[in-house]
Design a protein around this ligand. Structure first.
Ligand SMILES: [Ca+2]
Length: 206
């Protein structure tokens, strides 16, 4: 599986490099650094005892995003939802990165997930970035993932971050994020098709 993934990435990277002078991506997020001082650009799905706010405990600039969930056995969720409509195409290479820290009590975890959205509802691909919880610590750390847009992104793409608690008394989850970025390197049609082929190969092997 790793071989397929690397090969697909290499193919798309090589074609993209040949077609463009720069690999700099197009940024899709709004207020990824929370410098508006509020949660503009973010969708929030609370639990009975969760909070989401801009916080002055920032990695850079003046604010970060602070998501805390104190309800056992639940997930508080924030999203950059349905971003990049018209800018991201099927098979495009997408890089997701952010700084994060946090504190989790008794089974609390944090996930970063990436969805390829279909216009009108549903998804064409979902991925837990890194394939596991983020394992945040009390120090700011950098997280970066490269993936590919799914076969239908007519509804754009979504980055979802969670503060997920376990179903045990005292389970809590606190997540700070800053400089959240979702960037796409638009690919020529031929590269997008090859990228899709690579994705299909990866999916078949799962
Ligand atoms: Ca910031």
């Amino acid at each position: 599986m790793m071989t397929s993934r690397i090969t697909a990435a290499a193919v798309v990277l090589a074609l993209t490099a040949g077609a463009a002078t720069s690999l700099a991506g197009l940024e899709l997020t709004t207020n990824g650094g929370f410098e508006t001082g509020d949660t503009t650009g973010w969708s929030y799905f609370p639990t009975p005892a969760s909070t989401f706010m801009a916080d002055i405990d920032a990695f850079s600039g003046s604010f970060s995003g602070r998501l805390e969930n104190l309800t056992e056995g639940s997930a508080a969720v924030i999203k950059q939802a349905n971003i990049g409509i018209g800018d991201v195409s099927a098979g495009d290479e997408v890089t997701i990165s952010f700084w994060a820290k946090g504190a989790n009590g008794v089974g609390g975890v944090n996930f970063a997930e990436f969805f390829s959205e279909i216009d009108g509802g549903g998804v064409s691909a979902t991925e837990i970035l890194g394939g596991a919880p983020l394992f945040v610590t009390d120090q700011w750390e950098f997280y970066s993932f490269t993936t590919f847009a799914g076969p239908d992104v007519s509804g754009g793409v979504t980055l979802q971050l969670t503060a997920t608690t376990g179903a045990v008394i005292g389970s809590t989850s606190l997540l700070y994020v800053d400089n959240v970025s979702v960037s796409v390197v638009p690919t020529p049609a031929s590269a997008a098709l090859l990228g899709l082929g690579g994705l299909a190969a990866i999916r078949r092997r799962r």
